[in-house]
Ligand binder design. Structure first.
Ligand SMILES: Cc1cc2nc3c(=O)[nH]c(=O)nc-3n(C[C@H](O)[C@H](O)[C@H](O)COP(=O)(O)OP(=O)(O)OC[C@H]3O[C@@H](n4cnc5c(N)ncnc54)[C@H](O)[C@@H]3O)c2cc1C
Length: 582
């Protein structure tokens, strides 16, 4: 990779980092308020992680179930999140979700409709009513296509395949970013009045994750933490019950819960339908965290398959049903030589979603660092200890818009500070050094980190495993710092940097939370402790000159829900039937 000596310089009013749903929606908001905005992402513009979302997006429209309301949607979200969601953020989300759907319809997203033209809504797990809108099994892709069309129509500039390495600051305020073009290494400096981070989650720290390669490496969280923002709820990682276990290149790839919804049976190596031991009533249609835990327990108890999974079998269903209801799954397994009309699928839990992330004020989506806003999976707040399926797509649109609105206000009223050239020189020198590190070693260290995280802070955690993981992370960090020079792979070195930081925050937070709740299961603290109905906050430790030296942890209280949502929570307990899931 040859590097031009002089960086390219660009300026804008607001820079949006990330071209997933949250970033695209934020940019549309800024443009509609007449502000200059630049969108930037490390992948091609219509190919952000959001395209993977299949199942749908939630809003209490009440089209099929008129009893549904935003208050009940909020109650379901808080309940499924085991009361660790921020009630203020949850209420904003549920109130605004119908507007987000209306906007998407305006952008031409072809949602499924009933015969009378009203939008169809389907059940997702743990929803009291049908409130999930969908476009076949490619809702995320259809949303991205609609948003990209709108961004193109407005001629909003997008820089594709640019990797942001650092946020730039002056007088403690964010005023730009440094990055480089992935194609030719050309450095890019962007001077901006405000920055919105919409750079996705951190689940790639796990050996098995439903994310694609080189996405969700925790970049956004690391960029913001490095300039003084704090993180929250990092221990709360959602595990999906079913990801592929082989071949290695596809390990973790999602096997949709619709397979269970259609009647798929889970079997261990002895052919036993083991869900009878974990949830005899709902069996395979139990909640996401319970099925993930059951699969994990069977594998750990030595009743797993050769590749360390369990069997998921639909071969008892008529082949026509499989072809018509699960065409994507049929194709996904056929591509690796497994005919699911005849043979079972080998699956295991896979890390799926970062419920923790940057700490933001719900109303503005401002971080604690002036000039820096964030939206989407990079943030904490809404999902608590277990995300309600379909809420994330609503979140990225609503909070993308809100971040855009408030970044606009900030950039309009605050003078833009000049770039600090000595800071830029120091950052560029650090990058030049990272460029020389041996790429193969960086990639090996990433694999070692992913294994340490999977073993240490996976589906079930103990103090002993978490402490071991912390020691392994320290060793990997030391090895990374002592890396030999060689044929450089700067993206790998940077991915490793972000993964080390976010993995450490995840492990330390999981160690501190001495209870089990939702996706956070501690074998040594199996009960839910009401005293732990608090958020865990990870603060950067900083020198007077603003350099990070480590992290410290504290806890924060969560706001109470409003009276109307509290009333919806108090309503009779509802039972979740077997319903379509992500
Ligand atoms: C298989 C799968 C199925 C899902 N199904 C559903 C569903 O049915 N319903 C639902 O609600 N949710 C679903 N989700 C979750 C949902 O898709 C995501 O949470 C959501 O799309 C995140 O959007 P985002 O805009 O926050 O981030 P992303 O879409 O992840 O976009 C992040 C962007 O940031 C860019 N970026 C990251 N780091 C850098 C950097 N250093 N420099 C430059 N750019 C950077 C990336 O290139 C990307 O453009 C699913 C997730 C998966 C994995």
């Amino acid at each position: 990779m040859t590097v031009q000596t002089e960086p390219m310089r660009v300026s804008t009013d607001v820079l949006v980092i990330g071209t997933g749903g949250a970033g695209l929606r934020a940019a549309i908001e800024l443009d509609s308020r007449g502000q200059r905005v630049l969108l930037l992402g490390k992948r091609p513009k219509a190919d952000a992680h959001t395209v993977l979302a299949a199942g749908g997006i939630n809003a209490a429209l009440g089209t099929l179930d008129p009893q549904d309301t935003w208050q009940i949607h909020a109650a379901d979200t808080l309940k499924e999140g085991r009361y660790l969601g921020d009630a203020e953020a949850v209420e904003l989300l549920c109130r605004e979700a119908p507007n987000a759907i209306a906007e998407l319809v305006e952008y031409g997203v072809p949602f499924a409709c009933e015969a009378d033209g009203r939008l169809s809504q389907r059940y997702f797990g743990a929803h009291r009513y049908r409130r999930t809108c969908f476009v076949g099994d490619y809702t995320g892709q259809a949303i991205i296509e609609g948003l990209v069309r709108e961004v193109d129509r407005r001629q909003i500039p997008i820089m594709e395949r640019v990797y942001v390495t650092d946020l730039l600051t002056a007088e403690g305020r964010v005023n730009g970013a440094l990055g480089f073009q992935l194609e030719d290494g050309q450095e890019v400096i962007i001077h901006a009045g405000a920055v919105i981070l919409a750079a996705g989650g951190h689940i790639h720290i796990y050996q098995r994750s439903s994310s694609r390669r080189r996405e969700n490496t925790g970049d956004g969280m690391t960029l913001a933490f490095s300039v003084g923002a704090s993180l929250a709820d990092m221990e709360l990682v959602q595990f999906h019950p079913s990801g592929m276990v082989w071949p290695t290149e596809l390990e973790g790839t999602l096997v949709t819960e619709a397979v269970r919804g259609e009647g798929g049976r889970l079997l261990n190596s002895a052919g036993e339908r083991f869900m009878a031991r974990y949830d005899a009533e709902r069996m395979e249609l139990s909640t996401r965290d319970r099925v993930a835990l059951a699969n994990y327990t069977e594998i750990m108890a030595g009743r797993g398959t050769q590749h360390g999974g369990v069997w998921l079998d639909v071969s008892h269903l008529p082949a026509e049903v499989i072809h018509s209801r699960l065409p994507r799954m049929y194709a996904q397994f056929a591509a690796v030589g497994v005919d699911i009309t005849k043979e079972p699928m080998e699956i295991a839990p896979t890390a799926h979603y970062s419920m923790g992330g940057l700490r933001v004020t719900p109303r503005t989506h401002a971080t604690e660092v002036p000039g820096l806003y964030a939206a989407g999976e990079v943030t904490a707040g809404v999902h608590g200890a277990n995300r309600l399926g379909g809420n994330s797509l609503a979140e990225i649109l609503i909070f993308g818009r809100i971040a855009g609105e408030h970044a606009h206000e900030y950039a309009k009223t605050q003078p833009v500070l000049p770039l600090d050239e000595s800071l830029i020189a120091a950052k560029r020198a650090a990058l030049a050094q990272l460029r020389t590190l041996d790429g193969a070693t960086q990639r090996e260290l990433i694999a070692a980190l992913q294994w340490a995280v999977w073993q240490g802070v996976g589906v079930v955690r103990t103090a002993e495993d978490l402490e071991h993981a912390l020691r392994r992370l320290a060793e990997i960090r030391a090895q990374a710092e002592a890396s030999e020079t060689g044929y450089g792979d700067l993206p790998a070195a940077l991915d490793l940097r972000s993964m080390l930081l976010t993995a450490e925050a995840t492990v330390r937070s999981a160690l501190l939370r001495t209870e089990s709740r939702g996706a956070h299961q501690r074998a040594d603290y199996p009960e839910t402790d009401p005293a732990w109905q608090r958020s865990i906050v990870v603060l950067p430790q900083r020198t007077a000159a603003g350099t990070n030296t480590g992290m410290s942890l504290t806890t924060a209280e969560l706001p109470e829900p409003s009276a109307e949502v509290a009333a919806a929570l108090d309503e009779a307990e509802f039972e979740v039937a077997g319903r379509l899931l992500e």
